[in-house]
Design a protein around this ligand. Structure first.
Ligand code: FAD
Length: 299
């Protein structure tokens, strides 16, 4: 199933998982998916080599497992950094053979101190290539606070518009801790004529180290309100976890009531946290009917 159709009449709630780290067994992610199977998010995406790990091999089998165990559509992340056209064509054939319909097309991070040696300079090049060679539903990444490499937000939106025009059906955002960044970004997209559904990426934070890593890797701001939580509970893991869950729930409630197209939960493969957040918010998604909302707001 093409996931873009989901956005027509509901606010989408999706999950992201990643393949286990190199030394861990693939069974660990299958256990996580098994724990999540009764929740029925609208789709689950699987990262590919994120963070520079060489954990690429299992992405496609995990996506197949998502369909089989959780009975929801899967989305395969597909970074093209350092890939030749031949590599990408082989990958396309692998995805077709596995029956994968949904791809999150990415450039990927260029390892520090290296240059991209592949045939695709930007995600937009990969997207145009995928459009030529397959009939996939194509999603792409976007950055409410701007991508770290962009000189400014105007340039970032211009590049995003080019990327969407290359053939993107749907966008998923980088995580953010202050919803105002996402709302301003939505306005910029609307002004630029970017009209595809945009899902808001939410990451529940459960320790200080994780936030510091994310802030430096992704360039996201950590608001004072959140810093106070980190400082107060950094030595109390249970309180920190509960505060992280509550903070994510609060963000989601605000996003859904502002009428976002969808929320993408970075689960960090933590089924306990994903379950808590899902249970606290899923009725909000069930009761949003975009068709009705649009009709009433135009009345
Ligand atoms: P692009 O869209 O190509 O943008 C990269 C930079 O180039 C931006 O600064 C952009 O403004 C600029 N740019 C684009 N086009 C042009 C142009 N024509 N001229 C000049 N500048 C241009 N990484 C992984 O390795 N694996 C994953 O599974 C993964 N999943 C992710 C999921 C989400 C939801 C997000 C938000 C990110 C994910 N990433 C993943 C990280 C992502 O690959 C990095 O953020 C990477 O640095 C950029 O990838 P992109 O596809 O956004 O690149």
């Amino acid at each position: 199933m093409s996931i873009v159709d989901l956005f027509q009449d509901k606010t989408v709630f999706s999950f992201e998982v990643f393949p286990p780290q190199r030394n861990a067994s693939i069974e660990t992610i299958y256990d996580t998916l098994y724990d999540l199977r009764d929740l029925r998010p609208d789709f689950i995406s699987v990262t590919y080599g994120a963070g520079g790990g060489k954990n690429n091999v299992s992405t496609v089998p995990i996506a197949e497992h998502i369909n089989d165990i959780c009975h929801v559509p899967s989305v395969v992340h597909f970074p093209c950094v350092n890939q030749s056209k031949k590599d990408v064509l082989e990958k396309i054939e692998e995805l077709k053979a596995a029956g994968i319909e949904n791809i999150l097309a990415l450039r990927g991070d260029i390892p520090e101190g290296e240059r991209n040696q592949g045939d695709f300079r930007y995600a937009s090049d990969l997207i145009a290539f995928l459009r030529e060679h397959g009939d996939f539903n194509i999603s792409a990444a976007c950055y409410p606070e701007g991508h770290l490499e962009s000189p400014d937000k105007v340039e970032d939106i211009r590049n995003l518009k080019n990327k969407v025009d290359a053939g993107v059906n749907h966008l998923i955002s980088q995580l953010f801790f202050e919803n105002k960044h996402f709302y301003i970004f939505q306005e910029r997209c609307a002004l630029a004529g970017i009209n595809v559904p945009i899902e808001a990426g939410i990451m529940p934070v459960i320790n200080k180290r994780q936030v510091q890593k994310m802030a430096s890797l992704c360039g996201v701001n950590v608001p004072k309100k959140f810093q106070r939580i980190l400082e107060k509970y950094e030595d109390n893991p249970v309180a920190m976890r509960d505060a992280g869950i509550a903070y994510a729930v609060d963000q989601i409630v605000d996003l859904v009531t502002h009428g976002v197209d969808g929320v993408h939960l970075y689960t960090m493969n933590n089924s306990y946290i994903a379950r808590k957040i899902y249970k606290a918010t899923h009725s909000l998604f069930e009761s949003t009917n975009k068709g009705a909302k649009k009709a009433s707001s135009s009345a």
